[in-house]
Design a protein around this ligand. Structure first.
Ligand code: IDP
Ligand code: MG
Length: 136
């Protein structure tokens, strides 16, 4: 049984702005996640709303979409054994205050909204999210 997976990672505007992309990528590589593709871009608020549509009923949805579209982001396809859960573990808890030591969000996150990274949370969402940014 193979559990080789791909997942989508986003380095969010707060981390790109502080030049943290290379540090974050080193954490992925050190932990056996291969960067299969990557690109830097800025999305519109409408595109952010499409990407985050699972959160559309949440009170923070508008701010979330405004934030993700507020500046350049770097999106990556990560591949490796159990890549989805491994990436989530390396990211740490959504709120950096609750993130474990040495996780990306503990090291670099500023607040629950400026928490430096996104990572897919399931096989199905990883497929949808990779397709969203890498349409071939
Ligand atoms: P995740 O990024 O750890 O998967 P989700 O629950 O999927 O967390 O939420 C997506 C993003 O929405 C989070 O990364 C965070 O930036 C933002 N967010 C989540 N909960 C809150 C909140 O209570 N207030 C403000 N922003 C939030
Ligand atoms: Mg999520």
């Amino acid at each position: 049984m193979s559990n080789l997976e791909q997942t989508l990672s986003i380095i969010k505007p707060d981390a790109v702005e502080r030049d943290l992309s290379e540090n974050i990528k080193k954490i992925f590589i050190k932990n056996n996640l291969e960067i299969k593709d990557s690109k830097k871009l800025q999305i519109t608020k409408d595109e952010a709303a499409e990407f985050y549509k699972v959160h559309q009923s949440k009170p923070f949805f508008n701010d979330l979409c405004a934030y993700l579209s507020s500046g350049p982001i770097e999106v990556m396809i990560l591949e490796g054994k159990n890549a989805i859960s491994l990436n989530r573990k390396l990211m740490g808890a959504t709120d950096p205050k609750n993130a474990e030591e040495n996780t990306i969000r503990k090291l670099y996150g500023i607040s629950i909204d400026k928490n430096s990274v996104h990572g897919s949370d399931s096989v199905d969402n990883a497929k949808i999210e990779i397709k969203f940014f890498f349409k071939n």
